[in-house]
Each structure stands twice: as structure tokens, then as C-alpha cells.
Design a protein around this ligand. Structure first.
Ligand SMILES: C[S@@+](CC[C@H](N)C(=O)[O-])C[C@H]1O[C@@H](n2cnc3c(N)ncnc32)[C@H](O)[C@@H]1O
Length: 236
């Protein structure tokens, strides 16, 4: 969601919460939707407050794990407590500081494209396809993730089919089928009156993810559907 050239308002919100200075939530909007609230406490969620697809992903973890875009480290902490060896990476300096303060043992400021170690499980949660940014970058990210897998390793990733966001009151869709893929959004974030630089954030429907996986030689299976057009996929 954040790159180093950005102001890291996401990380600032995490730091404020961690340091007892929580007074406001993050405001997000997209190219196709108005302001929405992202409650900062949600980013510090425990297992019981996680969506079922995240709980399922945690249950499927095995071996040594890479938590990509770890945020405040909520998934890493759960896995660490279960005895797994976890490496947690994020491009947000604030997220890495908070993860370390919360007790994540191996948290590193790193873009996933610069990761070189290999893992039995790679976890990308809370719309894990978001970091791919655009449809034409998906194969680059998938190929790289594949190169980080140990033999019999797995990638667990969630996303949503956001076609419903284009539905009008009559049940029709207002998307332009000739324009770019409908899951490619411009994403805007603000916190405490400051605006983050706009970023690109990708939602992928399952069939499009599967198609992209086939192209790079990854087997893609749907593990579980969530409650609102979201799903968990396992790539091997
Ligand atoms: C929606 S947040 C999810 C945070 C966390 N996984 C959770 O579920 O609470 C996405 C995270 O991915 C990080 N991120 C974005 N692009 C990344 C990249 N290329 N490599 C590593 N982390 C990235 C962002 O800084 C952000 O912390």
C-alpha cells in the first residue's frame, strides 16, 4: 500500500496507535468509491477478530513462513506464538517499527521484489493482490513469489471480485468493458488531515488470478470464499 517515496501515513497511524496516541482512524477512498474509514485498531486484530479466510490461511501455514506486507504484524505474531519461524517484511518503516515493538522477532524493511530467501509458506493477506498494483505487473510478482518457494511450498493469498462495486440500482453494471481491468483502482489515503500520495491497488477476481498463475506455472486453487465476494487462494 505504501512505498518508500511515500509519506508513510499508514505507518504513522500504526505508530500512533502503538504509542497510545490513537485519536483518529485512516480515511481511504478509491477511483470508484467515496470516503471510507479504516479503523486503526483493526490492523492490530487478534485471531478471533480476523475474517474467516485469514483464519483459514493461518491454519494452512506450514514450515518457515514469509509474511509479505506484514503491517502491524498481527498474522506474524499469531504464527510466532504457534511456534513457526516467520520472516515479516513491509515497505512501511512505521509498520516495521510497530511490528518489532509488538514482539515480531524477524521484521525487516523490504520490498517483496527484493526478497531472496526461500520459504515453505508465503502469506499475503488483507487483499494480498493489492501490492501487485496493476494487472500487467501480476506475472512479474507471481514469478518472483514462485522463485521464493521451497519444493512443495505454497503461497496463500486473498483478494475480492469487486464487480459488485460497479452494480447500479437496476442490477446492471456501469463499468466500461473497453477500459482497463475493473479491479485496478487508484487508492487514496489520508490520516490526521494529511493526504498520502495516490497509489495503485489491485483487486483480482479468482478466475483472473488463476489465469495469471497458469501463465507462470503455478497451480491455483480456491480454498475458501469469504462473506463478501472475497476468497482465499492457494498457489503451488
Ligand atoms: C492492506 S495492508 C495489510 C497489512 C497486514 N497484512 C494486515 O493484514 O493487517 C498492506 C501492507 O503491504 C505493504 N506493502 C505494500 N507493497 C509492498 C511490497 N511491495 N513489499 C512489501 N510490503 C508491501 C504496505 O506497506 C502495507 O503495510
Amino acid at each position: 500500500m505504501i512505498t518508500n517515496r511515500m509519506k508513510d501515513l499508514f505507518g504513522k497511524a500504526l505508530l500512533d496507535y502503538q504509542n497510545g496516541k490513537y485519536t483518529q482512524d485512516i480515511i481511504t477512498s478509491t477511483s470508484i468509491s467515496d470516503d471510507d474509514i479504516l479503523p486503526v485498531p483493526y490492523l492490530f486484530r487478534g485471531y478471533k477478530d480476523m475474517p474467516i479466510i485469514e483464519q483459514k490461511a493461518l491454519k494452512l501455514c506450514k514450515g518457515n513462513i514469509l509474511d509479505v506486507g506484514c503491517g502491524a504484524g498481527s498474522h506474524s505474531l499469531y504464527l510466532q506464538e504457534k511456534g513457526f519461524s516467520v520472516k515479516s517484511i513491509d515497505v512501511s518503516p512505521g509498520a516495521i517499527t510497530v511490528s518489532k515493538q509488538r514482539g515480531v522477532l524477524n521484521a525487516t524493511l523490504k520490498d517483496v521484489l527484493n526478497e531472496t530467501e526461500t520459504f515453505d509458506t508465503i502469506l499475503l493477506l488483507m487483499n494480498g493482490t493489492g501490492i501487485f498494483k496493476e494487472l500487467n505487473q501480476v506475472s512479474k510478482y507471481l514469478s518472483h513469489l514462485k522463485s521464493l518457494l521451497k519444493p512443495k511450498g505454497q503461497i496463500l493469498i486473498d483478494s475480492s471480485d469487486i464487480k459488485y462495486m460497479y452494480e447500479d440500482e437496476d442490477g446492471g453494471y456501469w463499468m466500461n468493458m473497453n477500459s482497463s481491468y475493473y479491479g485496478e483502482l487508484d487508492y487514496f489515503l489520508s490520516y490526521k488531515g494529511k493526504n498520502e500520495n495516490p497509489m495503485k491497488w489491485l483487486y483480482l477476481d479468482f478466475d483472473t488470478l488463476k489465469f495469471a498463475c497458469d501463465a507462470v506455472g503455478l497451480n491455483c486453487e480456491s480454498v475458501l470464499d469469504g462473506e463478501h465476494f472475497d476468497y482465499l487462494a492457494r498457489l503451488r
